[in-house]
Unconditional design. Structure first.
Length: 535
């Protein structure tokens, strides 16, 4: 076993290498010095490791520490991975959350040693226990001589599961499945969504005594994140109306992972599929319509509150962009412009738009000024809602009974935000079913025509994305049911929520390039509609 450590701070270097020497006395640990720049580290790796095989690189990402340039560290790690493809990589950083957002991070790193966690250990023994748990969870068990992991557990690879494993360790999904389902057979572990704010939804499916079993777990490194989520439905129960019966918890008690690196609770036991899977497989048949109608009708009725019962709050209360959201959108600019130029060159660019670079310039200007514009905007009507009505968060059990999972964002949101998010995420995640393909360049204009269509009546039939139009039309009925003085406010909130989500979609790494350009195009259209962009 051989480690190569890249670190610039002598104290952090000594802490790590001392722990490695005690934990793995037969291991080779190099070099014996720190590095002041990434160029020096990269040169040393090229020279000193050219004949080594199956190295374990442990890399500080911010070198020098004073710059906090985590993104640069991830880029260098990606370059090292290319020249040492058989090696394993562990991040050693004070900024794991920032690192995990970088595009190449999931493909390079198997785990992360959080310097904050190391510092919080009061004894060297606890430091070593933590470091060993990271390494042995992140890397294959055989590295460390462990052969006793269960063989009947499989994992469905996704960005969400990779982010979960980056946070908790590569083998945590196996340990977790073995812990909660010790007598199940043929277990499959997956992550229905990517997770946010350090929390993750994990699905565990299997067979027990010939019967299908399934559990939905919510996981977090911080126990308080789960406790806040568990309290939310009770806090807003009287305001949720018919939605309250769709949100409940199977076992609302956070339990610590066996490896001590986080907590989970059992959210639901549902053997059915989620709405995303149903729409993907069934398109717009009667089963898909019935499942979608079950949640959309409930949301529609919930939005039709008696006159005067909506709360009023500034738009910025919910629709603020974080610094991370802003930087990720801006960093996508060159990529989006390059793909947009290609679409223009083959005559598939929407003819009523400026050229791609002008559209990009306007959208990125809007993103930069977003918070100041929204802060100056009018108040919006607010109502308690789920807050993350992604189709993967809508579970459909027997007899097409619907249950909502992952209520981490349950709060008061602008009226209709649940429906706007559901419509947007359906557009983003469902392929063009007629072709059984992801959207392609010459479909951008076609999909563009019926997006966020609450200003006119459209039949969901015979449009490229019927389920999304179905959601939009439900909120159109809500608007028309309200007093005339309220309608423009409701419409503005719906459009603003759609645009807020779409800004983040532009930087989604797991989408096709054309979907991301489609998001750019519609950011421009919705920005124009709200007055945030001018022609």
């Amino acid at each position: 076993m051989e480690f190569f450590v890249v670190e610039d701070e002598p104290v952090d270097f000594a802490t790590l290498t001392t722990a490695l020497k005690v934990l793995y006395p037969k291991a080779v640990i190099s070099p014996s010095n720190t590095f002041s720049t990434w160029n020096d580290a990269f040169d040393a790796i090229q020279k000193q490791t050219k004949d080594a095989k199956d190295l374990i690189f442990i890399l500080d990402l911010a070198i020098p520490s004073t710059r906090n340039a985590v993104a640069e560290g991830v880029q260098y790690a990606s370059s090292i991975k290319r020249i040492r493809p058989t090696s394993s990589f562990i991040a050693y950083t004070t900024y794991p959350e920032r690192a995990e957002l970088e595009p190449h991070y999931p493909q390079v790193f198997s785990g992360v040693i959080d310097k904050g966690e190391v510092t919080s250990c009061f004894t060297q023994e606890k430091e070593r226990t933590y470091i060993r748990s990271v390494l042995e969870d992140a890397l294959d068990a055989e590295w460390f001589g462990h052969q006793n992991r269960r063989q009947n557990i499989s994992r469905t690879d996704s960005i969400g599961l990779r982010m979960f494993e980056s946070a908790f360790g590569k083998n945590t999904c196996y340990d977790l499945a073995g812990e909660i389902a010790p007598d199940w057979e043929t277990i499959e572990v997956s992550a229905p969504s990517q997770g946010h704010s350090g929390t993750f939804v994990i699905s565990v499916k299997g067979v027990k005594e010939g019967c299908q079993q399934a559990l939905i777990l919510k996981c977090a490194r911080d126990k308080s994140a789960l406790e806040d989520e568990l309290r939310a439905p009770g806090k807003f129960f009287s305001e949720l109306g018919g939605l309250a019966k769709l949100i409940h918890f199977m076992d609302p008690q956070p339990t610590r992972f066996s490896n001590g690196r986080g907590y989970y609770y059992r959210q639901a036991a549902i053997t059915g599929a989620n709405l995303l899977e149903i729409l993907y497989e069934n398109h717009w048949n009667s089963h898909a319509r019935t499942c979608l109608a079950a949640i959309v009708s409930c949301e529609e009725e919930h939005c039709k509150q008696p006159e005067g019962t909506y709360a009023k709050a500034p738009a910025i209360t919910k629709f603020e962009l974080s610094d991370t959201d802003t930087q990720r959108a801006l960093s996508s600019r060159l990529f989006l412009e390059t793909i947009g130029d290609h679409i223009l060159s083959v005559s598939h660019w929407p003819t009523d738009l400026p050229d791609p670079r002008q559209v990009s310039d306007s959208v990125m200007g809007m993103v930069t000024a977003w918070n100041s514009k929204v802060r100056e905007d009018q108040f919006l009507f607010h109502l308690a809602q789920h807050g993350d009505l992604h189709p993967a968060n809508i579970m459909v059990a027997h007899q097409e009974r619907v249950q909502l999972i992952d209520p981490a964002r349950l709060d008061r949101w602008p009226v209709g935000y649940d429906l706007s998010r559901l419509a947007t995420m359906i557009h983003v995640r469902i392929p063009y079913h007629d072709k059984c393909l992801d959207w392609v360049e010459n479909d951008i204009r076609k999909w563009d025509e019926t997006f966020c269509c609450i200003d006119r009546e459209i039949s969901p039939d015979n449009v490229p994305c019927p389920p999304a139009v179905y959601c939009d039309q439900a909120f159109r009925r809500v608007i028309l049911s309200r007093p005339v003085t309220d309608r423009s406010i409701l419409e503005r909130g719906y459009v603003m929520g759609t645009l807020w989500d779409l800004i983040k979609v532009m930087s989604y790494q797991d989408l096709s390039p054309f979907k991301r350009v489609w998001a750019l195009v519609n950011c421009w259209r919705l920005g124009l509609r709200l007055g945030f962009i001018t022609k």
